[in-house]
Write a protein that binds this ligand. Structure first.
Ligand SMILES: [Mg+2]
Length: 199
């Protein structure tokens, strides 16, 4: 089976570092509990432009190149690669592509057939001309998508692609909802992701 895997906060632990960076930048001390969706500008009370600039500065500081791994991701991918074809599908903007390839090659050498860059679904509205994750899944023949963004997974599910939403240790407040969309299952760890994917 072909499986799509999101990068940020599924393989790479980028959000914790990004949040610290944004907190310093905007003089706040927000914790995960303060983020109920992906609307960062709204949560920080600043403009989209200021958030975009902050992300560019975080990039220049090597945040993406030096991102740590999400707990259990390496062994989880090691198990999923058996009998499956794996693709990274990320909505990172174009300027992070180079650092992304370097990071993936360093941390997951030869594990993924391809890295694909989709459009961005948050209020930052970057790269809107690119394909959505659902469109990329259909094009590649991906049947299962693993992501921490429920909006992406809901769109994938509508296109017939099953989803697993990662909610690491129950701390991913931004994807907490009353109930999952049809065709999407919740996992609290990489161990659970592998179990659902193999069931
Ligand atoms: Mg993500």
């Amino acid at each position: 089976m072909k499986i799509g895997v999101d990068l940020d906060d599924v393989l790479a632990d980028t959000w914790n570092e990004t949040r610290k960076f944004l907190n310093r930048r905007f003089g706040k001390n927000l914790t995960n509990k303060d983020f109920n969706d992906f609307g960062l500008a709204k949560t920080y009370g600043v403009s989209n432009d200021e958030v975009r600039k902050a992300f560019a500065d975080a990039f220049n500081n090597g945040l993406y190149l030096n991102a740590k791994l999400i707990k259990g991701a390496v062994s989880g991918i090691g198990r999923l690669e058996d009998g499956n074809e794996l693709y990274i599908i990320t909505s990172r903007p174009r300027y992070i592509e180079g650092d992304t390839y370097s990071w993936v090659e360093k941390n997951f050498p030869s594990k993924f057939k391809e890295v694909r860059f989709s459009s961005h679904t948050t209020d930052l509205k970057e790269d809107t001309e690119k394909e959505t994750k659902a469109e990329i899944c259909k094009e590649l023949g991906v049947l299962l998508m693993i992501d921490d963004n429920l909006d992406n997974l809901e769109e994938c599910a509508r296109a017939g692609v099953k989803g697993i939403v990662l909610d690491l240790d129950g701390n991913y407040n931004w994807n907490h909802r009353e109930r999952e969309p049809d065709g999407v299952e919740r996992a609290f760890s990489w161990k659970e992701i592998v179990k659902i994917a193999q069931s």
